[in-house]
Design a protein around this ligand. Structure first.
Ligand code: HEC
Ligand code: HEC
Length: 315
């Protein structure tokens, strides 16, 4: 039986009892059905380091309304938003500087908090002091790690037919360590060769690459109107549109360095792949895409163009 199946089996008689009591008008004191099952591995079982503990308070103040009480992306505002707030426990991060499919660096999360994601409800938090940005980002990272370990715990409980208490007293520490070591094995900042000059030849080459690899989604003119554009879905099976480059709104920054990193890393959980090719090719593609931005009357760099790739600790 799956863990979910087991939890259902436990709550069903209680639900039945609750309904019968409700029918008899004797309900007020038994909210059993919403209590967590004693078998569930929850955040109560998860140890936070000092930074994450401080970050949890910042999170409760600024993030919970969208990202939800345990980071599942199900805050009160979530149903009204498109794109939806990230489910941190899924571990699926779009805007990273790490290889395709990998977790973000702490510095990537901090960047999103500082700069926001233009064109989405994720606003910037420029007034949060650096220490709070660091702490809340560490808390988000802990939710990611909790999500990974929770899935392992559920798997092992189910597979070895263990109760949570048995697992916590047994191999839990080892399982947690191993899960996290595996998860971070390939998490590093992708490299970036020196940026070539923007010139006619480079732009023409970028255009060639673009037409071959990108136009099917982003369209020949870059307005996001490619032949496949209407059929795209993200990992949650929600509709997703390719970016319209002419608007100049790049969610995670519109500097050439930002766009380059998006191409090299890919957007996990979306149809936007990491682009294969040499760094030089990626630069030419970047320059070509930025050349499609329609002049906005000299408003200057987009607000999200704040430093995104400064060095930070690896985790
Ligand atoms: C008003 C709603 C809202 C609030 C408040 C909010 N977020 Fe978000 N957040 C979003 C949305 C929507 C997205 C997804 C954007 C996308 O998919 O492009 C997101 C995405 C993110 C991401 C994911 C980036 C990635 O690479 O995938 C991080 C990290 C994040 N938010 C952190 C935070 C933190 C920390 C706070 C509080 C300081 C916060 N958010 C507050 C709506 C919100
Ligand atoms: C299979 C469809 C598909 C292909 C092919 C594709 N993209 Fe995308 N691309 C998307 C989607 C969908 C998004 C929007 C993701 C989102 O909203 O989170 C996107 C987003 C982007 C972004 C926006 C990043 C940001 O910060 O907002 C850039 C830049 C980009 N693509 C460049 C390219 C380039 C260059 C190529 C070709 C080498 C390419 N894409 C090929 C689907 C595609």
């Amino acid at each position: 039986m799956t863990t979910q199946g087991r939890a259902l089996w436990r709550t069903t008689p209680i639900l039945g009892l609750t309904c019968a009591m409700a029918a008899l008008g004797m309900l007020p004191f038994v909210p059993f059905a919403s209590e967590p099952s004693e078998e569930a591995f929850t955040l109560e079982h998860w140890e936070l380091d000092d930074s994450a503990t401080r970050g949890a308070a910042v999170y409760a103040q600024y993030c919970i309304g969208c990202h939800g009480p345990t980071g599942l992306g199900n805050g009160d505002a979530a149903e009204f938003l498109d794109p939806k707030p990230r489910n941190f426990q899924s571990g699926n991060f779009k805007f990273r500087s790490t290889p395709s499919g990998e977790l973000p660096l702490l510095a990537d999360i901090e960047h999103v908090v500082r700069c926001g994601l233009e064109g989405s409800a994720m606003r910037r938090f420029p007034l949060l002091p650096d220490s709070q940005v660091r702490d809340v980002s560490r808390y988000v990272q802990s939710l990611v790690e909790f999500g990974l370990v929770r899935r392992e715990v559920e798997y092992v409980m189910d597979d070895d037919d263990l109760t949570l208490a048995e697992l916590l007293e047994g191999d839990y520490e080892e399982l947690r360590e191993e899960t996290l070591v595996d998860a971070y094995e390939y998490v590093w900042r992708v490299g970036m060769d020196e940026r070539p000059e923007v010139d006619e030849d480079g732009l023409a080459f970028g255009r060639e690459l673009y037409e071959a690899q990108c136009a099917a989604c982003h369209g020949a003119t870059g307005r996001g109107e490619g032949a496949s554009a209407n059929a795209l879905r993200d990992y949650k099976d929600a509709e997703i549109r390719p970016r319209d480059f002419t608007s100049g709104v790049f969610r995670a920054g519109s500097r050439a360095e930002d766009v380059f990193i998006r191409l090299k890393s890919g957007l996990n959980g979306t149809p936007m792949p990491a682009v294969s090719g040499t760094d030089e090719e990626l630069w030419h593609l970047t320059h070509y895409i930025l050349s499609l931005v329609v002049d906005d009357g000299g408003r200057g760099p987009h607000p999200t163009s704040c430093a995104c790739i400064e060095e930070g600790p690896a985790r």
